[in-house]
Design a protein around this ligand. Structure first.
Ligand code: HEM
Length: 107
């Protein structure tokens, strides 16, 4: 059963552009992690001011393997070694199991 892990980021209005630029320059390691299925950076429009980093994994174990390995490299601020001041002022993790799913018939 697939699992969804959403990292919820609190981002001050003046830091939004910085956050999105960081993700544009993200390490790209998650794509080649075993069991990785999907990633989206979701910008808030209505109902919340938080950004959602949506990730979907084949299993909890695959997520844990990424978390304890490539995730650390994927959070270096673009890979130059120097960790910049975080754009987010807070974060919390939401976890889900996928119960049902569908995709567009013609997609
Ligand atoms: C401790 C709190 C966290 C903060 C403040 C944070 C913030 C960020 C930022 C700013 C980036 C862009 C790259 C960089 O600047 O390093 C990034 C990358 C990423 N984050 Fe987080 N993150 C956190 C933890 C997590 C967790 C627990 C997940 C699990 C869903 C996650 C999922 C991702 C993914 C998938 C990427 C892209 C990595 C890649 O391209 O290989 N983050 N995060």
């Amino acid at each position: 059963m697939s699992v969804v892990k959403i990292n919820v980021l609190t981002v001050p209005a003046e830091q939004r552009a910085v956050l999105e630029e960081r993700f544009s320059a993200r390490a790209g390691l998650v794509e080649s992690s075993d069991g990785f299925e999907w990633f989206e950076l979701l910008r808030p429009v209505e109902g919340t001011d938080d950004y959602f980093v949506y990730t979907r994994w084949r299993s909890e174990e695959d997520y844990q393997n990424w978390l304890n390995g490539p995730m650390r490299q994927g959070h270096q601020g673009g890979g130059d070694g120097a960790r910049p001041k975080p754009a987010a002022t807070g974060s919390s993790l939401l976890s889900f199991e996928v119960v049902q799913q569908a995709s567009a018939k013609n997609a």
